[in-house]
Each structure stands twice: as structure tokens, then as C-alpha cells.
Design a protein around this ligand. Structure first.
Ligand code: KE4
Length: 428
């Protein structure tokens, strides 16, 4: 037995599924998770010393690669000054200033500890601000695991086939309405049905939890129009896209301004950080100023802030990184699509900037239903082959690949070559 297998055998006795987050369990690809021992740049090493090129990057945070020297140094320095105070600190002001100066739609921001917390809080603020109860989300989008959002959810919920979780009382989801991604008519129908009752529409501006599904031209603009027309707030869940598609996130990339934005991942650089922010009149609803309560012992933790602030500062001071990253990723996913075509396969490669997904389906993937036509068994076989050959892909079809600034051209080419080799020899 490998060390990973030995450790996982014990892990499953102590932790549900042996993991602290379901998608890590390798359940949908039917193999044993690699126990990762360390990481640097675009590489991971497991407990058995196997080296991988990493396309998960901790599910998005590692846009600069693992253990970026300045980020690591900032964390070590912050630790030496104390791990947590439960009190206001300068670094929290610095972080808030940086984000508010960088995202025009954000006048004020509140730090929390995860994307789930950010979304849960933003929804509460939208309800408090509008005095309305209903929300609209999109089938296949994932916004964390708070009760009201576990409705037709993506990511691990979609992968494990339980998009509507057990243990969530109907009272928590009766106000959660679902529409179809890239289908404005499905949204307009709900607004027409509940004209004065919808507090917000929450959307991933790139749906990166059913693989990668780009918003089609006019979709986000249409949501903006409908929300304004019906007095609802538009929430962009930029936990993945924030500071990834561009320094201004998807809202800059697509030129659509939401009322509230949720953040996570990159703003923590791998430490537990989420945040939500938006227009001042909305955010001043949040306690202790306003009547919407929200709190957190470790929110704005100084060590986590040091990590995130350093990574964001590097990204702010090097705008050329985004051009380089997006050009590199365009080339990579383009070559992957060419490999699919050369192998005579009908599979689909969707990508937006440094986010991408190879779907094992012949159907164009533009929403949940088309994503679900993917042959997850074929994806599993492909994924196991790639991981066994040192390419660490998401162990689930309905997740994104993340390309980082640290991925070298050689690593990207090696990945394409291996995928080509697989696709050329894949059994019919
Ligand atoms: P967390 O609570 O996991 O930090 O964030 C929830 C969340 C919210 N919004 C979006 C758009 C997200 O993608 C996520 C979490 N993303 C998944 C990856 N598909 C996290 C991976 C996991 O669940 O382990």
C-alpha cells in the first residue's frame, strides 16, 4: 500500500469520507486521494514523493502559484506578531482600502472566513435592504453550503448527485427560486410571477461549478436590467472569478456592475478568507451600523489578511500578469481543443481566461442540462490516467481547471501532450 492509501484508510474511519470537503474524496473518479505533503509554484508532492503539475491550485486561490515567496514571508512576519487578536487592526483597513479602490461597485466591504459565509451574509443584507424574502439562483451554480443555497447546486453537490441536500428544512428553501443559466426568459418569468418579492439574483458571472460555463453575450446585462427594473439587487458571486479574470474581476471583464459582490479564494491566497461588499447604502445595513447582523471570531484575521493583502498587492502592481496569464491559458485550452479534434473526439473545451474544463460530451455546454450530458465515467478514466502520470486535475467532471501565473510553458505543453496521448488511444 502507498502512504496515501494507508493514510486514507485511517482517514475514512475518522472523517466523513476521509476528507474535510467532499470533492477531495475522489469519489466520482473511483480512486484513492493522493495525500498532499507540500507544494511550490505549480507543483504538488504527495506523501509518497510523487510530483504533480497542479491544476486545482487549492480550487482557485493560488493564482501566483503555491508558496509565492513574498506571500510566504508576509505570513511568517504576521505570525511573529500574533496569530489573532479579536480586535481591529491596520491590515484590515489596508485590505478594505485595496479592494474598495480596485472594484468600482464596492464602496464598503466586510471580511468573513469563507465563500459560504460571504454569500450567506450578502443574501441576508439583500433581504434586509429590500425587505423582500425570495432569491433567484441558477441551477448548477454553487454558492457554498448555507441552507438556502443548497438548491440545485453545482460543484460537489452536483458531482455526488445531491444538488438538494438532506437536512435542509423546506422553510429554508421555500424562498429560493431557480432559473436556468444563460436563459433570461427563465428569470423574467420568475420576476413576473413574484414582482415585488425578489430580494436578489445571485449569479456566478462565469459558472465554474458545473465545469466552466461562460455567460453568453447579453446574459449578465439582462440580469442587470431585470434587477434594476424590479427593484432587486444583483449579486455577483466572484469567489472564483474575483481578481482572476482581471484585477477588477468578472464585473470589469464583462463590464456589468452588480449591487453586491462576494469574494473568496484569491483574496486569502490560500488562507481562510471570504468577503462581501457593495454600495455604501446597502453595506451600511450591516451590524454594528445597521440592522442586519453578521459577525465572526476570526473575520479579518491578521495572518490571513497578510497573505491576501500581499497577493492582491502583487497582482495590483503587475497588471501585465493578467495579460500574460490569459494569453497563456488561451493557448493552453486552444491546444487542448485541437488535441480533442485531432483525436476525432466530440468532446467540448470551455474556457474563460485561466478557467477551463474538458467535458466528455458532444453537446455544446451552456447550462446545467447540457453539462449533465457529460460521460462522467469517461472523465473518471481520463482523470485517473492524468493523475497517475503526474497531472493533478479536479477529481470531478463538474469542476474547473485553474491555470496560474506559475505554470511554465513546458508544464502546459507536457499536459497537452499527455492529454493528446490519452485521447488518441481512448477506447471507443
Ligand atoms: P467556500 O465556502 O468553499 O470557501 O466557498 C463557497 C463557494 C462560493 N461561491 C463559489 C462561486 C464557489 O466556487 C465556492 C466554492 N468552490 C468550490 C470549488 N468548486 C470549493 C471546493 C470545495 O468545496 O472543496
Amino acid at each position: 500500500m502507498t502512504k496515501s492509501e494507508q493514510l486514507f484508510e485511517e482517514a475514512v474511519r475518522l472523517i466523513p469520507g476521509g476528507v474535510n470537503s467532499p470533492v477531495r474524496a475522489f469519489g466520482s473518479i473511483g480512486s484513492t486521494p493522493r495525500m498532499i505533503a507540500r507544494a511550490s509554484g505549480a507543483n504538488l508532492w504527495d506523501e509518497d514523493g510523487n510530483k504533480y503539475i497542479d491544476y486545482i491550485g487549492s480550487w482557485g486561490p493560488m493564482i501566483l502559484g503555491h508558496n509565492q515567496p513574498e506571500v510566504l514571508e508576509a505570513v511568517v512576519d504576521a505570525c511573529a506578531r500574533g496569530l489573532s487578536f479579536g480586535a481591529a487592526t491596520k491590515i484590515e483597513v489596508d485590505m478594505a482600502r485595496l479592494i474598495c479602490d480596485s472594484i468600482p461597485s464596492v464602496d464598503m466591504i466586510r471580511m468573513v472566513n469563507s465563500g459560504t459565509e460571504a454569500v450567506m451574509s450578502a443574501i441576508r443584507v439583500a433581504r434586509g435592504f429590500t425587505g423582500r424574502d425570495k432569491i433567484i439562483k441558477f441551477t448548477g451554480c454553487y454558492h457554498g453550503h448555507s441552507d438556502g443555497l443548497l438548491v440545485k447546486a453545482g460543484s460537489g453537490a452536483m458531482t455526488s448527485g445531491v444538488p438538494d441536500s438532506a437536512g435542509v428544512p423546506v422553510g429554508c428553501t421555500q424562498d429560493t427560486l431557480t432559473a436556468n443559466y444563460n436563459d433570461l426568459e427563465s428569470v423574467e418569468t420568475l420576476f413576473a410571477q413574484f414582482p415585488e418579492q425578489i430580494a436578489c439574483v445571485i449569479v456566478e458571472p462565469v459558472a465554474a461549478n458545473m465545469g466552466v460555463v461562460p455567460a453568453e453575450a447579453g446574459f449578465l446585462e439582462g440580469l442587470r436590467y431585470l434587477c434594476t427594473r424590479y427593484g432587486a439587487l444583483l449579486i455577483f458571486d466572484e469567489v472564483i472569478t474575483g481578481f482572476r479574470l482581471s484585477f477588477g474581476g468578472a464585473q470589469e471583464y464583462f463590464g456589468v456592475r452588480p449591487d453586491l459582490t462576494t469574494f473568496g479564494k484569491i483574496i486569502g491566497a490560500g488562507m481562510p478568507v471570504g468577503a462581501y461588499g457593495g454600495r455604501r447604502e446597502i453595506m451600511e445595513m450591516v451590524s454594528p451600523v445597521g440592522s442586519v447582523y453578521q459577525a465572526g471570531t476570526l473575520s479579518g484575521n491578521p495572518v490571513a489578511m497578510a497573505a491576501g493583502y500581499t497577493q492582491l498587492t502583487i497582482l495590483r502592481d503587475h497588471p501585465e500578469y493578467y495579460r500574460e496569464l490569459n494569453e497563456k491559458a488561451d493557448m493552453f485550452f486552444g491546444k487542448l481543443a485541437m488535441a480533442v479534434e485531432a483525436a476525432g473526439k466530440p468532446y467540448q473545451v470551455n474556457h474563460v481566461g485561466s478557467l477551463g474544463c474538458l467535458y466528455f460530451t458532444g453537446e455544446q455546454v451552456r447550462d446545467y442540462e447540457s453539462a449533465k450530458t457529460s460521460d462522467t465515467a469517461r472523465y473518471a478514466h481520463y482523470c485517473n490516467y492524468m493523475i497517475d502520470h503526474g497531472i493533478y486535475l479536479a477529481p470531478a467532471q463538474f469542476e474547473a481547471m485553474f491555470v496560474s501565473m506559475a505554470h511554465t510553458q513546458q508544464q502546459l505543453d507536457e499536459t497537452v501532450d499527455l492529454a493528446t496521448e490519452y485521447l488518441m488511444t481512448e477506447e471507443e
